[in-house]
Design a protein around this ligand. Sequence first.
Ligand code: FMN
Length: 219
Amino acid sequence: MSDDLIPPSPSAEAYGAEEDQGEVFTIHDPFALFAEWLAKAGETEPNDPNTMALATADKHNLPNVRMVLLKEVDACGLTFYTNVESAKGEEIAANPQAAACFHWKTIRRQVRFRGRVERVSDEEADAYFATRARNAQLGARASAQSRPMESREALEREIERLDRAYDGADVPRPDHWSGYRLTPIEIEFWVNRPFRLHDRLVYWRETPEADWQSERVYP
Ligand SMILES: Cc1cc2nc3c(=O)[nH]c(=O)nc-3n(C[C@H](O)[C@H](O)[C@H](O)COP(=O)(O)O)c2cc1C
């Protein structure tokens, strides 16, 4: 593959010419700081500022990564929803730890999280599932996410069948679809500053019950 596909580095004049955001670590609680950054990203990102790369590792410790949507964040952690029989679901079952990374190009910031992952309660998953569009509910029931699919038509036929089966009724959450919560023991904030002299602030705690500690690290 040609390296013509890689955009050229900025010229010496352009390099580091982006606006200096100055000091942005203005809040001392990491969840509150994350909430502030997510809200700021929401003002400028063209879509889905709540998208995060979710990294897991399989039973051979081979890493895997994919994007998922953050659906809730609070002091307990980050919640996302998926098929629990998918590749990620199997990986979390084998190794209930994950990392998540947000990158917002428009504000040139990144935040990453590491910690243990647990299933949310059935009640919590039911409540969220009930808020989804009916077509998304049918899709969640019909999709054997990450497993081989005979054809696109097979999936569409199954959705039509389920649509008829639940005609006039609520679509129940299938057992294979639920949420996971990543409870971080480490959160790192990164902000672009000129000439690659970026600012990084790392929060960590020994356990989810312990107090956060923090330190800056070199870019
Ligand atoms: C922007 C974006 C958001 C996504 N959000 C989700 C999500 O919230 N849940 C999900 O299961 N898949 C989501 N996906 C699809 C996943 O990236 C992935 O294809 C799917 O979950 C299967 O991953 P797995 O085979 O590693 O389990 C999203 C993809 C993109 C590009």
